[in-house]
Design a protein around this ligand. Structure first.
Ligand SMILES: C[S@@+](CC[C@H](N)C(=O)[O-])C[C@H]1O[C@@H](n2cnc3c(N)ncnc32)[C@H](O)[C@@H]1O
Length: 499
C-alpha cells in the first residue's frame, strides 16, 4: 500500500466502515487496492451499498485463504482475493451453477459496469446483506425493485436541501457536470446588475417585513397589475398560473413582439435571417430584492430563496436518460427549482455547439422574453443558459408533450429589464411523491425543415407530438440522425426552444 493511498479521504472512510465490522486495516487495504485497480479507481463502485462489494471481497478473500489452507501451491494459492471475474463466478455458483471455476486464475478483467452488475446480481441472488438505502419503488407485479443510491447530495451542500441521485438500472455512469446553485457568466455575456439601475418604481424601499401582509401591494407588484404572483402560502396564484399556461398552449392568441433581425432565426452559414417567429410578451414574476425594505422572508421572495422541495435525480427506464422526481407530494403552484446554467451569448453557444457536437443530451435554453424593450439584439448580446458543463438539478428535467407537470416562468429579480432574467419551474397541478417532474420544451417534432432533430421523444404521453405514422419506421426510443454541427443554423437548433 502506498502512503498516498493512506491519506486519501476515501480510503480512510472505507477503513472506518470495515473497522466497524472488526476488520483490521491490514485486511481491508490489499483488497481495496485490488478492487480499485480493477474498477479503474471508480469509487462509486467501491462505495456502492455502503461498501458492500469491498466487505464481501474481504470475506471472500478470507474464505479463500482458509480453503487453500494458506497453501501457496497452484492457482488457488495465487488467487487470494476475489477479482471481478471471480465475483461473477460466485454469482453463478450461488445461482446453482455446477461450474465451479473459483480456483482458476482468470485473465479477463471485467469493466467497472460489469463489476457493479455482477456484484448486484450476486447480492440479489445470494441474499447477502446488501443494504438498500432508499425507499424502494414497487413494480406492477408487486415485487420490490432494487435501488442503488450513488450520491447523497449532488449539490454538495450548495442547496438548502440535499438532492440525491440514484441509479435504478444499476449500470449508469454518474453524470459529469459541475453543480452550481446560481447562474454564472461564462465569458462575454453582459449582465448588468447594479443597484443604481433599479429605479424607485422598481423596488419597495419603504416596505418592512412581509410585503404580502401589508394593506396595499407595494411597487414590486406593479409588474403584475398590483397583484402579487404568490399566495401567502408561497404558491403561485391560480389566476397567474392559468394565464401562463394559456400563453404556453396558445401563444398566438397573445401579444407578440416581432424584431427586424431576429437572433433566434439567424442562419450563421448564409449570414441571413429568416422571418421572426415573434416573441411573446410573457407574464413575469417580479420579486422584491436588495433595494427593497422588506426582509428575506417576505412572501414576494420565493425563487431567490432557492429549492425547498425534496428532489431526486434517477435514471429513467424509458430511454430519456436521467430525470428528476419529487420525493414529496407537491401542491399546484409550488416553486420547484430554477433553471441554472452558464450565461452565454448566442455566439458563444453556437461556437460551443460546434466544438461539442454529437452529445447525446443537450442542455441550453434561450432567454427570449420581452425583446420589445431592447433594441434588436445581436448574437453577441442575446443570452442563453447552458447547463451542459455547469448547472443545477433542473438540467435533469426531461421533456413531456402537452401534459407535463411543470411550467417555466420568467422571474425578474436583480435586473429591471428583460435581457437577463431567471427561469423558474412551478408545478402546474398537484404532483404525487415519486412522480417524474417534466417540462414541455415546446419542440416542434413535425418540423421537417429543421436540420437538427432534437431527439426521438419517449415521453410516453398519450398526447405525444412525436408520433410517427404507422409504417414510417422508427422504433420507440430510437434517436433521429444528428446533423453535423456545421450545418446547424444557430443556437435555436440545439436550444430547448421555448415559444
Ligand atoms: C435537459 S436534458 C434532460 C436530462 C437528460 N435526460 C440527462 O440524462 O442528462 C435534455 C435531454 O434529455 C433527453 N430527453 C429529454 N426528454 C426526453 C424525452 N421525452 N424523450 C427522449 N429523450 C429526452 C434528450 O436527449 C435531451 O436532449
Amino acid at each position: 500500500m502506498q502512503p498516498a493511498m493512506l491519506i486519501d479521504e476515501n480510503v480512510l472512510d472505507a477503513c472506518e466502515k470495515t473497522r466497524l465490522l472488526n476488520i483490521p486495516d491490514e485486511k481491508t487495504l490489499p483488497v481495496l487496492r485490488k478492487l480499485l485497480n480493477e474498477s479503474n479507481e471508480d469509487w462509486d463502485i467501491i462505495k456502492l451499498d455502503n461498501y458492500s462489494a469491498l466487505i464481501d471481497a474481504i470475506y471472500s478473500a478470507e474464505e479463500e485463504k482458509k480453503q487453500s489452507g494458506g497453501s501457496s501451491n497452484g492457482n488457488r494459492g495465487k488467487h487470494v482475493v476475489d477479482t471481478p471475474a471471480s465475483l461473477r463466478k460466485n454469482v453463478k455458483k450461488s445461482e446453482g451453477s455446477s461450474n465451479d471455476n473459483r480456483g482458476k486464475n482468470v485473465a479477463v478483467i471485467d469493466s467497472p459496469a460489469t463489476l457493479k452488475k455482477n456484484y448486484e446480481t450476486r447480492s440479489a441472488t445470494s441474499g447477502t446483506s446488501t443494504k438498500v438505502v432508499q425507499k424502494q419503488p414497487q413494480l406492477s407485479n408487486g415485487a420490490r425493485k432494487r435501488r442503488y443510491k450513488k450520491i447523497s447530495d449532488i449539490s454538495k451542500g450548495s442547496e438548502s436541501v440535499e438532492i440525491s441521485l440514484v441509479d435504478d438500472v444499476g449500470t449508469e455512469k454518474v453524470p459529469e457536470f459541475t453543480y452550481i446553485p446560481h447562474n454564472i457568466v461564462y465569458q462575454n455575456a453582459y449582465v448588468h446588475v447594479s443597484l443604481a439601475r433599479i429605479s424607485d418604481q422598481d423596488c419597495c424601499a419603504d416596505c418592512k417585513g412581509d410585503c404580502l401582509s401589508a394593506d396595499f401591494p407595494c411597487a414590486c407588484a406593479r409588474e403584475t397589475n398590483g397583484e402579487y404572483a404568490y399566495t401567502k402560502e408561497g404558491l403561485l396564484k391560480e389566476e397567474f398560473l392559468d394565464t401562463c399556461l394559456k400563453m404556453k398552449k396558445a401563444p398566438d392568441t397573445f401579444n407578440k413582439f416581432y424584431c427586424q433581425e431576429c437572433p433566434l432565426e439567424r442562419d450563421h452559414d448564409k449570414g441571413t435571417h429568416a422571418k421572426c417567429d415573434g416573441h411573446l410578451i410573457r407574464k413575469f414574476i417580479k420579486e422584491c430584492w436588495r433595494k427593497c425594505g422588506c426582509d428575506m422572508l417576505c412572501g414576494n421572495r420565493v425563487v431567490q430563496r432557492g429549492i425547498k422541495c425534496e428532489l431526486q435525480v434517477y435514471f429513467t427506464e424509458e430511454g430519456k436518460g436521467w430525470g428528476i422526481r419529487t420525493l414529496q407530494d407537491l401542491p399546484k403552484g409550488t416553486f420547484v427549482c430554477e433553471y441554472i446554467g452558464e450565461i452565454l451569448t448566442n455566439t458563444e453557444l453556437y461556437e460551443r455547439n460546434i466544438r461539442c457536437s454529437g452529445e447525446r443530451h443537450t442542455y441550453p435554453v434561450t432567454l427570449d422574453a420581452d425583446w420589445g424593450s431592447e433594441k434588436d439584439l445581436k448574437d453577441e448580446e442575446a443570452l442563453c443558459l447552458d447547463a451542459t458543463k455547469c448547472g443545477n438539478v433542473a438540467r435533469f428535467v426531461n421533456h413531456r408533450c402537452e401534459d407535463a407537470n411543470l411550467i417555466d416562468i420568467p422571474v425578474e429579480i436583480e435586473t429591471p429589464d428583460r435581457h437577463y432574467y431567471h427561469i423558474a419551474f412551478f408545478t402546474i397541478r398537484d404532483v404525487k411523491a415519486m412522480d417524474e417532474l417534466t417540462w414541455d420544451y415546446m419542440i416542434d417534432f413535425s418540423d421537417e425543415s429543421h436540420p437538427v432533430k432534437a431527439f426521438r421523444c419517449c415521453c410516453g404521453s398519450e398526447l405525444c407530438r412525436d408520433r410517427k405514422p404507422k409504417g414510417s419506421g422508427g422504433k420507440s426510443g430510437e434517436r433521429r440522425k444528428i446533423v453535423p454541427a456545421k450545418k446547424q443554423p444557430g443556437p435555436k437548433a440545439v436550444a430547448l426552444k421555448r415559444k
